[in-house]
Structures are given as structure tokens and as C-alpha cells.
Design a protein around this ligand. Structure first.
Ligand SMILES: CC(C)(COP(=O)(O)OP(=O)(O)OC[C@H]1O[C@@H](n2cnc3c(N)ncnc32)[C@H](O)[C@@H]1OP(=O)(O)O)[C@@H](O)C(=O)NCCC(=O)NCCS
Length: 266
């Protein structure tokens, strides 16, 4: 089956003007591929859009931030108490199930008070999952109400600018893999129950259990209150991009292990 056969039907329209010379080149290229001009233009635009998104998802850091990131790899910090609290079974296992967003989840009533985050879950998350741009996980209460969600996608940090002497102690990869929590939101009815922290712990568990290695969780805070929340959980801001913060997966897993050991000893 050709890939196009699985696609959403084309119902939207774009219009654009093009210089006659450029159109002649596009016609020629379309002919070479045996496609109509409009098919060729749509396919080329879509491929360029995917490339642009992939490039933006690579996070470029200042040398100072590369150094801080490298130091955290070599010596992951201890988990913050608020992060450790997110591992409590009441959040992660018993009261709420955390699972991939699916067609059966009724998300219409979800309201975190930030219109863009609500709209994303109501209208856009499914499309991003289908296109494999980002996954989305939801926390549901026993009645099935979606109480919280987060999105999770691959990202990477090039550590290209460190002096050879410092880079010597690091794994020999140009790019360090990370997991991006692009959005995270808790419905207003479910605030203050450690669900936000619980979702971060869930992301760390998935990062640790996934096949491609992931070294750190990275978040894009949408405002200062969100950044304060993440700092409270032990995320560290990059100096050159204070609204982007990171947490080594090893640090979060220490919190998970400590909670498991405490539960066994109890
Ligand atoms: C920020 C948000 C996710 C917190 O969710 P929550 O489930 O109420 O938070 P938790 O109960 O897990 O809180 C964990 C800890 O963070 C603290 N905390 C919560 N919000 C905080 C904030 N804005 N600043 C600092 N600390 C915060 C809590 O007091 C708790 O600390 P404690 O264990 O020391 O008492 C939620 O308020 C929300 O959805 N806000 C709107 C959307 C948003 O800002 N998303 C952020 C990503 S863009």
C-alpha cells in the first residue's frame, strides 16, 4: 500500500505565489518524479516542515551550560525532597493510573486553567502522537477522569564546544540524548495531590525503561510559576535559557529506589 493511502484526506488549502522561473524548475522536478505539481509541492513542504521541527528539537547550549550538563552526567545530584514525594504509591500506582493517551479517554472536561494547555489535550495531542512528534501520557482517577497529562518526545544536546581536556571524561558521543517534557498540566480539581511530581517520576521511569538511552529529562517552562515548580522538584535551569531546565534521569531513579527500599523496610 503506498504511504499516502493511510493519510488523512486532504481537505485544507494553501495558496502561494511563485515566480515563473521557479515554477518551471518545480514543474521539471515534479515531472521527474512522475507527480503533479501540487503533489510535489505538498510533499516537499511537509518534508521541510519535519526537518525544521527536528532541528528545533536539538537544544543548543552555551559552553557554560554544556559544562554544567557534563558535570551532572559525571556526578548526578541527590533528588530534591519534593521529587521523592512524587514517588509515593498513592500517586503513582493506587489512586491514579498513568497510561498512554488513547481514543477511549474522555478529555473534553479537562481544565488546568491555561487555555493553550487545555486546547492541546482536547484537540492536538492525538495528531502529534499519530505523526510521532510527541507521545502523551494521562493520569486517570478510578472513575476514568483525566486528571493530568504530559507530553514526552526525544531531544538532544550537542556537547561540541567543550575543550578536549573536559570532553575526555565524557561518553564519546557528539549528542547527548534527553527526553523533553514539552507540556505538563494538572486539572484544577486535582491540584496539590503530588500528581505533577508523579508525572515527572513517570517520565523518568519511562526514560529508564525505554530502548534508546536517555540521560536527562528536559522541560520547557511556559512561565515563571511553572519554572518555580520544576526548580522545586530539583530541575536546574540552563544559564543561557532559564526557562529550559533539566534533571538527570539517574537523580530521579535514586528517588524511586529510595522509596522502594523504604516501602520494603516498612
Ligand atoms: C504546576 C502544576 C503542574 C503543579 O501540579 P500539582 O499536581 O498541583 O503539583 P504537586 O502536588 O505534584 O506539587 C509537587 C511540589 O511542587 C510544589 N509546587 C506546586 N506548584 C508550584 C509552583 N508553581 N512553584 C513552586 N512549587 C510548586 C508543591 O507545593 C509540592 O511541593 P512539596 O512536596 O514540597 O509540598 C499545576 O499547578 C498546573 O498544571 N499548572 C498549570 C500548567 C502549568 O503551569 N504547567 C507547567 C508546565 S508548562
Amino acid at each position: 500500500m503506498p504511504p499516502e493511502a493511510n493519510r488523512t484526506p486532504r481537505s485544507a488549502r494553501i495558496e502561494a505565489r511563485i515566480a515563473p522561473d521557479a515554477l518551471a524548475v518545480v514543474r521539471r522536478a515534479a515531472e521527474l518524479q512522475g507527480r503533479s505539481v501540487s503533489d510535489f509541492v505538498v510533499a516537499a513542504a511537509e518534508a521541510a516542515a519535519h526537518r525544521t521541527i527536528a532541528e528545533v528539537q536539538i537544544i543548543r547550549l552555551s559552553v557554560e551550560d554544556q559544562r554544567a550538563f557534563a558535570a551532572a552526567i559525571l556526578d548526578p545530584p541527590e533528588p530534591a525532597p519534593a521529587l521523592a514525594a512524587g514517588t509515593t504509591p498513592a500517586v503513582t500506582a493506587v489512586s491514579f493510573r498513568i497510561e498512554p493517551l488513547g481514543a477511549a479517554h474522555d478529555r473534553k472536561g479537562f481544565c488546568c486553567g491555561v487555555a493553550a494547555l487545555d486546547r492541546y489535550l482536547h484537540e492536538l495531542a492525538t495528531q502529534d502522537i499519530r505523526r510521532r512528534i510527541s507521545n502523551c501520557f494521562v493520569a486517570c482517577d478510578p472513575a476514568g477522569t483525566v486528571a493530568a497529562y504530559y507530553t514526552f518526545a526525544a531531544t538532544g544536546f550537542p556537547l561540541a564546544d567543550l575543550p578536549a581536556e573536559e570532553a575526555k571524561r565524557l561518553p564519546r558521543y557528539g549528542m547527548l540524548p534527553a527526553g523533553l517534557i514539552g507540556r505538563l498540566a494538572v486539572d484544577q480539581r486535582f491540584r496539590g495531590r503530588r500528581l505533577g511530581g508523579g508525572l515527572v517520576i513517570d517520565a523518568a521511569r519511562r526514560a529508564a525503561g525505554g530502548d534508546p538511552a536517555i540521560f536527562a529529562l528536559v522541560v520547557d517552562a511556559k512561565d515563571e510559576a511553572a519554572a518555580a515548580f520544576y526548580r522545586h522538584l530539583g530541575f536546574r535551569p540552563f544559564v543561557s535559557r532559564p526557562m529550559t531546565l533539566f534533571l538527570p534521569v539517574a537523580t530521579a531513579l535514586r528517588a524511586v529506589r529510595a522509596a522502594a527500599a523504604a516501602a520494603e523496610g516498612a
